[in-house]
Design a binder for this molecule. Sequence first.
Ligand code: GLY
Length: 345
Amino acid sequence: MSDFSRRRFLQSAAAGAFVAPAFVAPRRLRSPVAIASENGVKAVELAVQRMNEGWRPVDAAVAGVELVENDPEDDSVGLGGLPNEEGVVELDACVMDGPSGLGGAVGALQSIKNPAQVALKVMRHTDHVLLVGEGALRFALAHGFVAENLLTEKSRQKWIEWREKRSSIDKWVSPEENGEHGKEWFKKYAHKTGTIHLGAVAANGDVGSCTTTSGLAFKIPGRVGDSPLLGCGNYCDNDVGTGGSTGRGEACILSNGGAFVVHQMALGKSPTDACMEAVKRVVRLTKVKRLLDDQGRPAFQVKFYGIDKSGQFGSAGLYADQFAVCDEKGARLQDLASLYDDKIR
Ligand code: GLY
């Protein structure tokens, strides 16, 4: 399909017109492409290798992120993830499969180190999209996943350190702090966010994606972020591409970031521009003063990632950072486009 007819098709799809051209034959890509957050260099490499072996993009994405879920040194995902305020690790993940249009997700899942694999099972073995908490755990156990203690000694020590100071730095907020007097709250009380998102496009143009996380460190038990919410931390549309996010999940939920990135690409934006539009949307929607720094900027990081069906990729964030990508040139880190030049935490 020419660039022009592709753009017209995507525009009509984006407008909801549902006018599919008689024949859509995406050009075969030179190589599958995978994009991820900066903790995903090995993950994108494995995802591309799996797609080269014929794996579906969503399965390749889950295989990639599993490396990070199993890594006890990454304290933002899977085993060794930082726990909630009661010292319990609760994991969130979702997957989406472009060719079938199906998705699966788990939220606040305890004791199972590979929530993305459980999300795949939800997608393939239920009529539902999202299972949470105890129900998600029972479902995982029914499918043969093994329960284990996900709190490593290193993460437990960080939790104990936080707990000893918790009287002043938990996630409970008074209505007053959410108003005029809340200014500067976020800088003082912010906690680490991590997460891995991985978007994948196969050489035939099919797409799939995945996001997995232990969520915000020391969160209130039961809190789920953007990562298990399709349309927020992860989304894909096989006619367009994939979009996802890492960083402050609350900002991504409130801006529906993942779906917004995909819609922007459907309207003809490049992945990088689509991600930057999502970043600007977060800025526009962040109004509460406790979340702003003394220059009036969001006092947190959010990053977006996108790949379109043609294999173009891009990433943008509020603050300077990097992302991982793998294509025919191999796996590497690249600078993302940032709204502000400085780095944050
Ligand atoms: N973006 C991950 C989280 O906020 O849970």
